[in-house]
Design a protein around this ligand. Structure first.
Ligand code: GLC
Length: 485
C-alpha cells in the first residue's frame, strides 16, 4: 500500500494550495467508490449533483470511466478493489446468443442484485464496444503489477478472453483486420458520425489483442492445449495486420498528405493500386496544412471508402502512444503537433476531445441536430479534463522508454504538461470538478455538465501522481511484458 499523500516526499512549495486541492480530490475520490457483494468494486461516474438534479445513469459503475480509477488504485497498491472490479465485470460478460462475449457498458447493485446495461437502457440504446476491449487491457495491467498469476491463468479469465476473441477474430464481409462498429460505440456515445472503424476503437482493439496475447501466454506455460496455441498464433497475426493497416491508412504527416493529394483515383482491377479507398483529393480539408505544419503527424479519426475522417481525436492518439502502436519517431511527431496546436487542444482547459467541431449544416446532418453536441460543446469540440492524464502518461512513458531522444522537444512537452496541470489545479475545484467544458477556449463549464465527475477527479490525481510523486509508476501503463513487477 502506498503512503498517504501527506507523508510522501513531494516537491511542494509549502505556501501553495496544491496540497489542499490534492487532499480534497482524494476525499472526493474515496466517496465515489461503491460496493458490490459487500466489497468495494469501483467508482460511480459522478457524485450526486449538489443541486439534486436528475441523475440519469451517472450513479452506475461505467467500465470506461473506471479505467483511470483502476490505474490509480493500482498505483496506490489497492489491488483488491481492482480484482473485484475485474471479477464482477467478467461475471457480467454476456452469455446470450446474439451478444455472447460482450462486457457491459455499466452496472449497478440494486437491492442486492447486480444489474448491467449492455445498451438496452442507454439513450439511443447503444452498445459500448470500448468497454469490452478495455477489460483485457485492465486485466493484464492488474496481473502485471500485482503478479496475481493465479487469476490470469484461472479458467474463468481464460474463458472470458476466448469469448471476447470470438467476437473479433472471425471472417467478415470487409476482410480487413479492423472492427466495424455503429455510431456512438465508445466514449463518444452520441451521434457524431464516428461509425465504421473509428480510431479509438481500433487502437483499443490493438491494446486488447496485445493484452489477450500476454494473458494467453501465461496460460500456455502450464497447458499443452493445441487450441490455445492456434489461438495465440492467429491473434498475433491479426495484431500484426491491424497495426500495418492503421499505420498505412490512418497516419498522416505533411509529406503523406502531399502524396495523397496526387494519387490517381477510380483505379479498377487487381493491378498495383495506390488509392484503395478511392479517396478524392477534394476531401482533404484545408485546415490540415497549418495543423500539421512541417514536422507534425497524427492518426486520423476514421477510414471509410471515399470518406476519411480527418478530425483529430485526442484519446485515440494518446492511446496509440501508450500501447506502442505508433513508432517512437511518430510519437514525437504527434507531440510536435500537440505543441503546435496547443491553443486549440489545451486552451483554458486541457484537453479538447476532438478537433475541429462540426458546425451548422454538417452538425445538423451528422449529429441529428443534437443540442448536447452543439459546436464547441461536449463531444463536438468540447474540453474534457479527464483526457489530460492520458497525454501525460504518453509523454512520460516515452521519456522512460527513450530517455535520450530529442531533449528539447521532450522538455517543451514537460513544460506544457506542467502548465496544463496548474491550470486544472487552479480551475477544477472552483468549477466543481466538472465533466466537460464548452467553447473554443474551453473556459465555460459545460452547459449540461455533471459536477464532481469521477474521471475528472481521478484524472487530476493521476496527473499529479505522475508529475509530482512517482514518475516511474507510468510503467504500470506499459503493456509490454519486459518491465514485470
Ligand atoms: C457520457 C459520456 C461517456 C461516459 C458517461 C459516464 O455518456 O459520453 O463517455 O462514459 O457519460 O460518465
Amino acid at each position: 500500500m502506498a503512503k498517504p499523500f501527506s507523508q510522501q516526499n513531494l516537491r511542494l512549495r509549502p505556501s501553495s494550495r496544491e496540497l489542499d486541492v490534492v487532499l480534497a480530490a482524494q476525499q472526493h475520490f474515496e466517496r465515489t467508490l461503491v460496493l458490490a457483494h459487500g466489497e468495494p468494486v469501483g467508482a460511480v461516474a459522478a457524485l450526486e449533483h449538489p443541486r439534486g438534479e436528475e441523475k440519469a445513469n451517472y450513479g452506475e459503475v461505467f467500465l470506461r470511466d473506471n479505467v483511470p480509477v483502476m490505474a490509480y488504485l493500482l498505483m496506490m497498491g489497492r489491488f483488491g478493489i481492482v480484482r473485484h472490479f475485474l471479477e464482477v465485470s467478467l461475471d457480467l460478460q454476456s452469455s446470450t446468443y446474439q451478444t455472447r462475449g460482450v462486457f457491459p457498458t455499466s452496472f449497478v447493485e440494486e437491492d442486492g442484485a447486480l444489474v448491467a446495461d449492455y445498451g438496452q437502457r442507454s439513450i439511443g440504446r447503444i452498445t459500448s464496444v470500448d468497454a469490452s476491449l478495455w477489460w483485457p487491457v485492465l486485466c493484464w495491467l492488474y496481473v502485471k503489477r500485482s503478479q496475481d498469476w493465479e487469476f490470469a491463468t484461472s479458467q474463468k479469465v481464460q474463458r472470458g478472453i476466448q469469448l471476447l476473441l470470438d467476437l473479433v477474430l472471425h471472417p467478415s464481409f470487409e476482410g480487413t483486420p479492423v472492427l466495424f462498429v455503429p455510431d456512438c460505440a465508445f466514449m463518444i456515445d452520441r451521434p457524431m458520425d464516428v461509425w465504421g472503424a473509428p480510431l479509438e476503437v481500433e487502437v483499443l482493439l490493438y491494446g486488447c489483442l496485445r493484452s489477450c496475447c500476454r494473458l494467453m501466454e501465461l496460460a500456455q506455460r502450464d497447458s499443452m492445449s493445441r487450441l490455445l496455441d492456434q489461438r495465440l498464433v492467429l491473434t498475433q497475426q491479426w495484431l500484426h495486420d491491424l497495426r500495418r493497416f492503421l499505420l498505412k491508412h490512418y497516419w498522416v504527416t505533411s509529406k503523406t498528405v502531399q502524396v495523397l493529394r496526387r494519387r490517381p483515383t477510380e483505379q479498377y482491377g487487381e493491378q498495383q493500386y495506390q488509392n484503395e479507398f478511392n479517396v478524392q483529393p477534394q476531401v482533404i480539408p484545408p485546415w490540415l496544412q497549418d495543423w500539421l505544419e512541417n514536422r507534425g503527424g497524427y492518426l486520423i479519426g476514421n477510414m471509410r471508402t471515399g470518406r476519411p475522417d480527418f478530425r483529430f481525436y485526442s484519446l485515440g492518439n494518446t492511446l496509440a502512444c501508450l500501447f506502442g502502436l505508433i513508432t517512437a519517431p511518430q510519437q514525437r511527431a504527434l507531440f510536435r503537433l500537440v505543441l503546435h496546436n496547443r491553443d486549440h487542444l489545451m486552451a483554458q482547459m486541457p484537453m479538447r476531445i476532438c478537433h475541429p467541431p462540426m458546425e451548422q449544416e454538417e452538425w445538423r446532418e451528422k449529429t441529428g441536430s443534437d443540442p448536447k453536441n452543439w459546436p464547441w460543446s461536449y463531444h463536438n469540440g468540447g474540453h474534457w479534463p479527464s483526457l489530460l492524464w492520458y497525454l501525460a502518461g504518453a509523454v512520460l512513458l516515452h521519456e522512460q522508454r527513450h530517455p535520450t531522444a530529442d531533449a528539447l522537444l521532450m522538455g517543451q512537452m514537460r513544460a506544457m504538461l506542467e502548465e496544463c496541470y496548474w491550470s486544472q489545479l487552479n480551475q477544477l475545484p472552483r468549477q466543481q470538478w466538472a465533466e466537460y467544458f464548452d467553447g473554443p477556449t474551453g473556459t465555460w463549464m459545460g452547459q449540461q455538465s455533471r459536477t464532481y465527475q469521477t474521471w475528472t477527479i481521478v484524472g487530476f490525481l493521476l496527473t499529479h501522481h505522475l508529475l509530482r510523486v512517482r514518475q516511474q509508476d507510468v510503467r504500470l501503463l506499459d503493456i509490454e511484458p519486459s518491465h514485470l513487477g
